[in-house]
Design a protein around this ligand. Structure first.
Ligand SMILES: Cc1ncc(COP(=O)(O)O)c(C=O)c1O
Length: 492
């Protein structure tokens, strides 16, 4: 099995024929399922063998218009797009979602989605196993923001009050969530030169008074940085706090570290694509008290699939919710009784289930793909330094690489202009851009950590950002997409 190629439609629809056959099979299966449910019933379509020409025309014309509008999309599945965390969903997710959405189950209550509720429970167990969380529970969410929000809500209402602490590298949702939940006592920590949480600053805050929740990142949104979990866990031991790890982006990385039997690969087997500090953090990931992990990022699933895990069952009781009109099937799991969200698509659970089934969460399955994206990040960072006048902002922990001109510390203002030039050439701002990157603006205070200048960059320091969430960059004939991207960057 070569998941790198076989598991996708392909950037140029290379697996078209096979995909059509599979879609056809799904449609035939669905029709058969409908026909055989109540075969004795007369068809409500009796006497209506022809579709109404007006409706047929209207639908077909509207579909033409719709498809032509959709063509104006940015080419997200292409290796030339490395702007944001947009993944090309794999074939298993496409097929499972398509098959399930025709039935449209709702995983809010067992009665609304019996099959997909069971699938959700199974994939949550698989996620827990992958991250090394030996106990607890969890569920899928519509995304990372909702997972973060539910975790903070559960913690706020279960544990004694105290500060909520996260770093400046954390996802913007944390501040928003604090605002929504009325948590005013939050503190934003600075980051070090790897864009990881500054542990001295964390300890200072811990010494000052009660901290209820510390949010660590396993893959920050901006730079993909992984916070030092072993050291943070030592601090938890000394000071006592709830550790939530936001592994929305990076959590699936652990599949690239696992053998088929679930044991960790030896460091010498993973050294080429995982740095020792990241590996150490990954080894400790399961000790988090709660965690966000999103199948719709590195899990090859389309949007609408985040996830939250809790190591302690007690949080379920806090957010327990009942209703007079649902949850009637008592002896079965009603996931919605313990979720912030109400209706949740069974199709998302199905997409995760079939993906995990085809690509198990280890190095022989989904881990192959992660290994490739991580290798791409490392190779891009090294070649950027060797082959161009640009350099990475941080030595990348995962597969996101931010970069800036090498001479930025000498002349940050000129470097900012050069970065903006590159951005205008290689981003969504240029309709004929040969490659699409994004940018990452370092806030002025953090910029001083890197540049040592005072006040020169009041609007922040612009760096470029490449997100190698898709694994195509090093594949195919030479020059590969990665070679060509480096050539383009070198022109600026
Ligand atoms: C680390 C991290 N946490 C949370 C989120 C929020 O996830 P979502 O956009 O699925 O709500 C993101 C999104 O990029 C993220 O990178």
């Amino acid at each position: 099995m070569d998941a790198l190629f076989d598991a996708f439609l392909g950037p140029q629809g290379e697996n078209e024929r096979w995909f059509r056959e599979l879609v056809d099979r799904v449609v035939a299966w669905q029709v058969q399922w409908r026909k055989t449910r109540f075969p004795e019933d007369p068809s409500v379509y009796t006497g209506r063998d022809e579709r109404s020409p007006t409706f047929k025309r209207r639908l077909e014309e509207a579909l033409d218009e719709f498809l032509s509008r959709m063509e104006r999309n940015i080419p997200f599945p292409s290796p030339r797009y490395t702007g944001q965390m947009l993944k090309d969903p794999g074939l298993p997710a496409l097929l499972a979602y398509f098959a399930t959405m025709m039935i449209n189950p709702n995983n809010h209550a067992y009665e609304g989605g019996p099959v997909t509720t069971e699938m959700e429970m199974e994939v949550v167990e698989q996620l827990k196993q992958m991250v090394g969380m030996s106990q607890g529970w969890g569920h899928l969410t519509s995304g990372g923001t909702l997972a973060n929000m539910e975790a903070l809500w559960a913690v706020r209402d279960t544990l004694p009050p105290g500060k909520v602490v996260f770093s400046v590298g954390s996802h913007y949702s944390w501040k928003r969530i604090c605002s929504i939940l009325g948590v005013d006592d939050w503190h934003e920590l600075p980051v070090d030169r790897q864009y990881r949480m500054d542990l001295n600053a964390l300890e200072d805050v811990l010494r000052q008074g009660r901290v209820t929740l510390v949010v660590a990142n396993f893959g920050t949104t901006g730079t993909g940085s992984v916070d030092p979990l072993p050291e943070i866990l030592d601090l938890r031991q000394r000071y006592g706090f709830h550790l939530h790890v936001d592994a929305a982006y990076g959590g699936y990385l652990r599949s690239a570290l696992l053998r088929e039997d679930g044991q960790l690969l030896a460091p010498e087997e993973t050294g080429a694509y995982v740095k020792p500090e990241v590996r150490a953090a990954a080894e400790h990931l399961g000790q988090a008290d709660s965690m966000t992990i999103d199948p719709h990022k590195h899990g090859l699933v389309m949007y609408g699939a985040g996830g939250v895990l809790y190591r302690d069952e007690k949080f379920r009781q806090t957010i327990l919710n009942t209703a007079p009109y649902t949850y009637h099937v008592k002896e079965k799991p009603n996931i919605g009784m313990f979720t912030l969200e109400g209706s949740r698509p069974g199709a998302a659970a199905a997409a995760v289930w079939l993906t995990h089934r085809v690509l198990p969460l280890n190095i022989s399955g989904l881990g192959q793909i992660l290994r490739e994206t991580l290798t791409t990040g490392r190779e891009f960072a090294a070649r950027l330094t060797n082959e161009t006048s640009w350099q990475p902002l941080v030595d990348p922990d995962l597969d996101i690489v931010c970069f800036h001109p090498k001479d930025a510390p000498a002349d940050p203002v000129a470097a900012n202009h050069r970065a903006l030039d590159l951005y205008r050439g290689l981003s969504v701002e240029n309709p004929s851009a040969p490659f699409i990157l994004s940018k990452f603006v370092v806030d002025p205070a953090t910029a001083r950590t890197f540049l040592g200048t005072q006040g020169a960059l009041t609007d922040g320091w612009t760096t470029l950002r490449a997100v190698f969430i898709k694994h195509w960059m090093r594949l195919g004939p030479k020059p590969t997409a990665l070679d060509r991207l480096l050539e383009e960057v070198a022109k600026f």
